[in-house]
Design a binder for this molecule. Structure first.
Ligand code: HEM
Length: 204
């Protein structure tokens, strides 16, 4: 296994946050509605992991360090795991597993449908992120994994629908997302590579 320490650090980070939040909930440190706080933190955590996974390719282009690409899949899987927990926390703490309420909830909170579509996309990405799918799908794999961009768009729309009034926090995440997408535009990606080339030749 390549870069074991880096991968271990990501694993510890992925486990540590939910473990800490569960501890806070158990110790009554999350206020009067701990379930809602857990839903929000897991949702935000999932979005952050998704953005970090998108930062891996530009980082690799600038630094040439292959570890970023090795970590990309793991970080994407954490995004999916956090959103799986986000959905579970919603079903347990907000819906109270009252399935009869689900249709009422969906009409009251249509942003849930947008979130669910984003989660479906994340599941497809996670299920096809392994080497076997990469080999089987060949050139189509790259195309399929461009699904990350609409997933990010849907996730940001889901978030925007919820915040409505104070847009500051949302704008920060949307701005980072937009920047990460701009860095993938072929002309800009090429420039990033050239910058790296110049830096390397100056170093020798
Ligand atoms: C079936 C899928 C999903 C369901 C049922 C769902 C449900 C919810 C609910 C009920 C909230 C709290 C709304 C409120 O504050 O009133 C929420 C917030 C949030 N969700 Fe989702 N969501 C889903 C998918 C996603 C996905 C895919 C992402 C991102 C990748 C995401 C990111 C967020 C964020 C960032 C928040 C706001 C957190 C905050 O206010 O700090 N959710 N979601």
């Amino acid at each position: 296994m390549r870069y074991p320490l880096f991968r271990l650090a990501i694993f510890i980070l992925g486990v540590a946050f939910p473990a800490w939040w569960v501890y806070e909930a158990a110790a009554n440190l999350l206020g009067p509605d701990p379930g809602k706080i857990l839903v929000d933190r897991l949702g935000l955590g999932g979005l952050i992991f998704l953005l970090v996974s998108l930062a891996m390719t530009p980082l690799q282009r600038v630094t040439t360090w292959a570890g970023w690409i090795v970590a990309r899949r793991q970080i994407g899987l954490w995004a999916c795991a956090y959103i799986g927990l986000h959905l579970s926390a919603y079903l347990v703490f907000i819906l109270g597993l009252d399935w009869g309420q689900l249709t009422v909830e969906l009409s009251k909170r249509p942003y849930i449908i947008v979130g669910a579509l984003a989660f479906l996309g994340l599941l497809v990405l996670a299920a096809t992120s392994n080497r076997y799918s990469q080999r089987r799908l060949g050139a189509r794999w790259k195309k399929l994994h461009k699904l990350t961009y609409p997933v990010l768009g849907l996730a940001l729309l889901h978030f925007l629908w919820i915040v409505r009034s104070d847009l500051t926090e949302w704008a920060i995440y949307a701005g980072i997302g937009a920047l990460l997408l701009v860095l993938r535009v072929p002309a800009i990606a090429k420039r990033l590579k050239r910058t790296r080339g110049r830096a390397a030749s100056r170093a020798v």
